[in-house]
Write a protein that binds this ligand. Structure first.
Ligand SMILES: *[C@@H]1O[C@H](CO)[C@@H](O)[C@H](O)[C@H]1NC(C)=O
Ligand SMILES: *[C@@H]1O[C@H](CO)[C@@H](O)[C@H](O)[C@H]1NC(C)=O
Ligand SMILES: *[C@@H]1O[C@H](CO)[C@@H](O)[C@H](O)[C@H]1NC(C)=O
Ligand SMILES: *[C@@H]1O[C@H](CO)[C@@H](O)[C@H](O)[C@H]1NC(C)=O
Ligand SMILES: *[C@@H]1O[C@H](CO)[C@@H](O)[C@H](O)[C@H]1NC(C)=O
Ligand SMILES: *[C@@H]1O[C@H](CO)[C@@H](O)[C@H](O)[C@H]1NC(C)=O
Ligand SMILES: *[C@@H]1O[C@H](CO)[C@@H](O)[C@H](O)[C@H]1NC(C)=O
Ligand SMILES: *[C@@H]1O[C@H](CO)[C@@H](O)[C@H](O)[C@H]1NC(C)=O
Ligand SMILES: *[C@@H]1O[C@H](CO)[C@@H](O)[C@H](O)[C@H]1NC(C)=O
Length: 441
């Protein structure tokens, strides 16, 4: 391939770059050659590029302005990449002669219609990517003959609801992506008996409410991840997550909760990581001591709350979060904390309250968190460090107080004997006592 042919297809800044740095073009040409060396053969008339893989032919048919699936591909084609074409529909006979397909990518086309028997011949199909098309629904029987389907990508289509009927038969399904659609309501009914499901992505839709009953079908499922980020969920009613007994990640970031009500987490909730980052949360509503009865086995290992609008952390803000080891409240507007703010967080090991507007640390601030290992208070507005704030932190290893306005540092009263890293850079010291060096700074 000559450089001129290559460059004619590139936008002008690249042409300039290639002109100035001819070696760039060589690298590019080499890369292209390497990609097509040996096993490749061009086929007329559809110009798909074929690669001979050990498990069958891999056909590259992207960007060819195809209106339909090429019919002259070898019958032993196992992977077909036909993305970025102009197909508007797939028909009953589209895959008649491609019965050995294992992986099919028809993403970035204009597909708005699938005949109900389109995928019937594809009994080996495991991966199906139909992202960036115009699908609005799937018929319930469309995947009846694809029992091995384990990865299904339906991102960026026009679904207004979860195609539950079609999904419910996919017993090997491990991941389904339905992000970037117009789905208004969660619907997990399809997953009731899909024991292998690991990731459900419903982010970037227009879901506005969540109810505890919505999650009931997932109660026995050990999902790795439920993604509900970038939706429009405004409130989390009492016990919303009470059916999530063992989910790894629940991603709710970029919704609009306005408040973080601990009531929402009552029940036998077991979640490894909960994210409510960038949810416009302005207020934490703690649980009353009496609400924490013995039916609650709230276990959330890590809570991400960065990028919200929290101004104050009330007493026992996280009552019930006794299993939580990591709490991140970075980039909020916290100014006010009390000696009870972090009470209830009995197992807390990592606390990050950096990038807030904290100007003082009350005495006994961390009195309820004897297991703290890493504490980050950087990028706040602290003028004076109150040594009694760190009282009782006998296993604290790392303390970051950098980027504050600290002018005086007196650590005589500190007895944080385990402290190994103390970052006090970017402050405004006029006085630092000697003991600091004993922390290995
Ligand atoms: C694919 O490889 C086989 C041997 O493994 C060879 O016989 C066949 O000609 C190759 N086909 C193509 C299209 O290169
Ligand atoms: C696929 O079929 C072609 C033609 O029948 C054959 O040459 C090739 O070896 C086959 N390749 C594989 C990987 O089975
Ligand atoms: C596809 O197959 C289904 C089921 O047999 C049939 O109802 C439908 O009419 C077929 N579509 C076309 C376009 O032939
Ligand atoms: C599939 O292959 C058969 C035999 O080569 C041919 O008759 C038929 O037209 C092909 N199907 C399509 C949809 O092209
Ligand atoms: C889940 O996947 C494993 C293999 O990955 C398989 O053995 C098992 O049958 C699948 N479970 C279900 C319910 O299909
Ligand atoms: C989960 O398991 C329990 C106990 O085995 C059963 O009663 C319940 O119906 C199951 N739930 C679902 C959604 O499968
Ligand atoms: C649970 O709480 C109820 C009343 O709040 C009490 O009667 C019961 O003994 C408690 N059960 C356990 C196992 O602690
Ligand atoms: C916490 O602060 C309150 C109010 O400032 C005070 O009455 C209380 O004694 C403090 N508790 C501890 C354990 O320091
Ligand atoms: C650290 O200091 C506090 C108060 O100054 C005291 O209550 C606590 O016993 C001390 N801990 C150790 C390990 O010296």
């Amino acid at each position: 391939m000559t450089i001129s042919r290559l460059t004619s297809g590139l936008k002008s800044p690249w042409r300039v770059l290639l002109f100035v740095f001819p070696w760039t073009a060589c690298l590019l040409t080499l890369a292209l050659q390497e990609h097509s060396v040996g096993y490749t053969r061009e086929m007329e008339p559809n110009k798909c590029r074929l690669e001979n893989k050990t498990d069958g032919i891999k056909a590259f048919c992207s960007n060819l302005r195809l209106k339909s699936i090429p019919q002259d591909l070898p019958p032993n084609t196992t992977t077909l990449i036909a993305s970025h074409n102009i197909m508007q529909l797939l028909q009953n006979d589209s895959f008649e002669n491609l019965t050995r397909l294992v992986s099919l990518n028809v993403g970035s086309n204009q597909i708005s219609h699938l005949d109900s028997r389109t995928f019937l011949p594809l009994s080996d199909l495991r991966v199906l990517n139909m992202a960036k098309n115009r699908l609005t629904h799937l018929t319930d029987d469309v995947f009846d003959s694809n029992p091995l389907l384990s990865l299904l990508i339906l991102s960026s289509n026009c679904f207004s609801s979860v195609p539950s009927g079609a999904l419910a038969t996919l017993h090997q399904l491990q991941m389904v992506s339905l992000d970037h659609n117009n789905i208004q309501k969660v619907d997990f009914t399809a997953f009731r008996h899909l024991n292998n499901i690991s990731v459900i992505d419903l982010s970037r839709n227009i879901i506005s409410s969540l109810l505890a009953s919505d999650f009931e079908p997932l109660q026995n499922s050990s999902l790795d991840s439920i993604k509900l980020a970038y939706n429009m969920v405004r409130s989390l009613p009492f016990g919303t997550f009470s059916f999530l007994h063992r989910v790894s990640t629940l991603d709710l970031q970029q919704n609009a909760f306005l408040e973080f009500n601990v009531n929402s987490f009552l029940g036998s909730v077991i979640i490894s990581e909960l994210s409510v980052s960038y949810c416009k949360i302005g207020r934490i509503v703690p649980l009353k001591a009496t609400s924490l009865h013995n039916k609650t086995t709230l276990s959330i290992d890590s809570v991400e709350m960065d990028g919200n609008e929290i101004c104050s952390i009330p007493d026992y803000a996280f009552r019930g979060f006794s299993q939580t080891r990591t709490l991140n409240i970075i980039k909020n507007k916290v100014t006010t904390m009390t000696n009870g703010s972090f009470c209830g967080l009995d197992s807390l090991e990592n606390l990050d309250i950096s990038e807030n507007h904290i100007n003082s640390l009350p005495s006994g601030l961390f009195r309820c968190n004897p297991r703290l290992l890493v504490l980050n208070i950087a990028r706040n507005e602290i003028l004076v460090v109150n040594p009694v704030a760190f009282c009782g932190l006998s296993v604290l290893l790392k303390l970051d107080l950098s980027h504050n306005f600290i002018g005086r540092m007196d650590t005589h009263h500190w007895n944080n004997t385990a402290l190994r890293v103390l970052d006090i850079s970017h402050n405004q010291y006029t006085y630092i006592n000697k003991k600091i060096s004993s922390f290995g700074v």
